[in-house]
Design a protein. Structure first.
Length: 219
């Protein structure tokens, strides 16, 4: 048998119950063109659940033996629009508990996923650091660690996050080291701030970069 839920209206103007004459009514139903309050309609024991939380709404509706749809007329759109549901208080409490359990489970899963990603990121960084020291054994350990951490920052699009970087391609690793030397060990940034075009600035500081790389290639 198909279920037909009662429709409860939030009136736009003051109304009184045609049976008990209480008012103004926050919510009402219309029976035979007459306004009836929720108590007289035997819906007064239900509690309002505003729309917006799909899972909570579904669970509360499924757990409630009696429920009603709440609507309000939108004058601009000339139509009635759903505002939420009236459900049994016990059903709403059970639905809230179930959704809270789901939220806690999702939070635990997100924490586990974050932990796995952090371990993976640490592995990528450590592997890149070892490769930097293999290619440039004269590079100070702290610089190698800084370069690896910078190049492997997640979401940065830098060398360490590219396929070539993860595969420890020699050219990609060298590019990461060269970029670090360019910014830290030369006047490259100052030249850019002075308005020198990028390609000209790179040409100017290229000898200094290569001198550092040659020194780092030997122990």
């Amino acid at each position: 048998m198909d279920l037909v839920a009662p429709v409860v209206v939030e009136p736009l103007r003051r109304r009184r119950c045609s049976e008990c004459h209480q008012g103004p009514l926050e919510r009402m139903i219309v029976e035979f063109n007459a306004t009836v309050c929720l108590d007289c309609a035997d819906l007064g024991h239900l509690v309002f659940l505003r729309r917006g939380h799909t899972a909570l709404t579904r669970r509360a509706r499924e757990g409630s033996s009696l429920w009603a749809v709440v609507v309000r007329h939108n004058r601009r759109r000339t139509r009635y629009e759903r505002q939420g549901l009236l459900v049994e208080e016990e059903a709403l409490a059970a639905a809230e508990a179930a959704c809270l359990a789901d939220a806690e489970a999702r939070a635990r899963r997100r924490a586990r996923d974050a932990s796995r990603r952090a371990r993976r990121d640490a592995e990528i960084t450590a592997t890149l650091e070892r490769e930097i020291l293999r290619l440039f054994p004269g590079c100070p350990g702290e610089r190698a660690a800084e370069i690896a951490a910078h190049a492997a920052t997640k979401g940065s699009g830098r060398v360490g996050r590219t396929a070539a970087g993860r595969a420890l391609d020699r050219g990609a690793v060298t590019a990461a080291v060269r970029a670090a030397v360019r910014h830290v060990d030369t006047d490259y940034d100052a030249l850019l701030m002075a308005g020198v075009p990028r390609h000209q600035a790179r040409t100017t500081i290229a000898p200094a970069v290569e001198a550092v790389l040659r020194a780092w290639r030997t122990e």
